[in-house]
Ligand binder design. Structure first.
Ligand code: NAD
Length: 296
């Protein structure tokens, strides 16, 4: 298959490399020349323009920062590719932009999918991403070999933009649960409870969750978690704030009441303002600990 790949950043670069490894011809484009050079080293055909990258492509994938970038690139795409070209956006973007992107594709008779991911840069490099896919069932079925080259779990969530909806709902749970776990450890510290004792109890009790058992925000109980590496991301605070803001925009426009999601967005905004945007999001426990210290 010939695949056009637009956006070769932290996620797109390794994803495009995995498509090459799976035997696809990948024609890549990014605004950054160093990223194009890096992609070329991994077997991607580095192209000087979007038009060049999509020439002869059966499928085009976009992996871009936000909705405005996706809409601007998709406008250019639909004016360039022939009808029938499959367009897949894997970026995390707002629901309205995702719907508009599907609309652009439909107006030009191009099948389309939204397929945001979880698994971070590690999952992108290892080819173990989870894809949450929105779009028509038959389009989803045809896209399997493309997703399979980049990920392990590929879940069809429903019609257009359902993948984005699943992504922001999941990450709202994640943001809230990380704060909950952080608060519990800080309270435990104040009560003289060791981190290991709280972990041993909560990880097999009703407080059990991913933020605790896989990504524990204190060093020790889960050796691979960013807490053991000075909160090097992982998943940066800036990205968590982006996703929480998307969840709150969606909640507002859909009329859902999400008070904890709103509070999590507020706390992550503060975490970012304090200069932690490049730190892993689990580092928010330090902010909670400092706030607790100043109340004594
Ligand atoms: P990134 O900033 O590293 O990469 C985005 C790339 O898009 C950049 O290299 C940029 O030059 C390129 N770009 C922007 N406009 C362009 C245009 N018009 N034409 C061509 N290239 C263009 O971001 P990333 O970390 O790779 O994230 C990409 C998407 O994946 C985001 O939506 C992000 O929210 C989502 N995501 C990221 C992670 C993560 O851990 N980094 C995890 C899950 C989802």
């Amino acid at each position: 298959m010939t695949i056009g790949f637009i956006g070769l950043g932290h996620m797109g670069g390794p994803m495009a490399a995995n498509l090459v490894k799976a035997g696809h011809a990948v024609r890549g484009f990014d605004l950054s020349q160093p990223l194009l050079d890096e992609a070329r080293d991994k077997g991607v055909i580095a192209c000087a323009s979007l038009t060049d990258a999509v020439a002869g492509a059966d499928t085009v994938i976009t992996m871009l920062p936000a909705g405005k970038h996706v809409l601007s690139v998709w406008q250019e795409l639909v004016a360039t590719v022939p009808p029938g070209t499959l367009l897949i956006d894997c970026s995390t973007i707002d629901i309205d932009s995702a719907r508009k992107a599907h609309g652009l594709a439909a107006a030009h008779h191009c099948p389309s999918l939204d397929g945001p991911v979880s698994g971070g840069t590690g999952g992108a490099a290892a080819g173990t991403l989870t894809f949450m896919v929105g779009g028509e069932e038959d389009v989803f079925a045809k896209s399997q070999p493309v997703f399979a080259a980049m990920g392990k779990k590929i879940i069809h969530c429903g019609g257009p933009a359902a993948g984005q909806a699943a992504k922001i709902c999941n990450n709202m749970i994640l943001g809230i649960s990380m704060i909950a776990v952080g608060e519990a450890f800080v309270l435990g510290e104040k009560l003289g409870l060791s981190h290991q004792a709280l972990f041993d109890v909560a990880s097999v009790s009703s407080g059990q969750c991913w933020s605790l058992t896989t990504y524990c925000p204190v060093p020790g109980p889960v050796p691979a978690s960013p807490a053991n590496h000075d909160y090097k991301p992982g998943f940066a605070g800036a990205l968590m704030l982006k996703d929480l803001k998307l969840s709150q925009e969606a909640a507002q426009s859909a009329g859902a009441v999400t008070p904890l999601g709103a509070k999590a967005a507020e706390l992550y905004a503060l975490f970012n303002e304090l200069g932690n945007d490049g730190k892993d999001f689990s580092g928010i426990i330090d902010m909670l600990r400092q706030q607790s210290a100043s109340t004594v």
